[in-house]
Design a protein around this ligand. Structure first.
Ligand code: CA
Length: 234
């Protein structure tokens, strides 16, 4: 890595397979990203703390500390803004859910197309810089101003409670992503494990009602038996 960082973004790769590591770093560097390479989870954590990368690509299967544990530790630090993409083996749906529970922002299944992966990296870096600089999250007619703590729907401000605000912020950061009720519960009440998943439904209901007051669209979709997603159906 050179000493002068490009402004495209710094990507941490944690991958124990040398050929995979080469493929990833080659393509990232070719697109102008700066790259940090770690062959183990422990090394990845160290590099993360020293450099605060914008994005981390974490292989799930690592020799000692798993990619999942690396993700958990990264998301526990102050720089929670690091966008984490988990690289998991084919068909491990449980892993996918567990990864998202640990705070991973995205996942991609091996063997992946490098084109697809690079698209996810670009999107991840973009969402990160948006959430840092603009402080405005938008989706369809909804706009959330994080500095002024104001939500507007089709230009009209709506009044929502602090939990609904937090919930909407979470959904706006990842439109179309389906969150399980358990995931929402964990994000909204990280310190209180006694809260029931039904409580999530109550707050989603309130938020949905508030949004509907400004638009005819139902933007919060229910995924029966699982959870919710912000989705305009387009
Ligand atoms: Ca591996």
């Amino acid at each position: 890595m050179s000493n002068t960082l490009s402004n495209k973004g710094l990507v941490l790769i944690v991958e124990d397979e040398p050929s995979q590591m080469e493929l990833l770093s080659f393509n990232l560097v070719a697109e102008g990203y700066d790259v940090l390479k770690a062959e183990s989870g422990e090394e990845g954590i160290l590099l993360f703390r020293e450099n605060e990368p914008d994005l981390a690509l974490l292989d799930w299967m690592l020799p000692t500390m798993s990619g999942l544990e690396v993700c958990r530790q990264i998301k526990r630090t102050k720089d929670k803004n690091c966008h984490v993409i988990m690289l998991t083996a084919r068909g491990e749906e449980d892993d996918k859910v567990r990864g998202l529970d640990m705070g991973a922002d995205d996942y991609i299944v091996k063997p992946y197309s490098i084109k697809e992966l690079m698209a996810r990296v670009r999107a991840g870096i973009r969402s990160k810089s948006k959430s840092q600089s603009g402080d405005i999250l938008e989706y369809g007619p909804i706009a959330m101003d994080l500095t002024r703590h104001v939500v507007t729907v089709a230009g009209q401000s709506i009044s929502i409670g602090p939990l609904e605000f937090k919930l909407l912020q979470l959904l706006l950061k990842a439109p179309k992503r389906v969150f399980s009720r358990e995931q929402l519960l964990e994000r909204l009440w990280p310190e209180n494990l006694d809260v029931e998943t039904r409580t999530v439904d109550v707050h989603v209901g309130r938020l949905r009602k508030a949004i509907k007051s400004g638009t005819n669209q139902n933007l919060i979709k229910t995924i029966r038996g699982f959870g919710y997603a912000l989705d305009d159906g387009a």
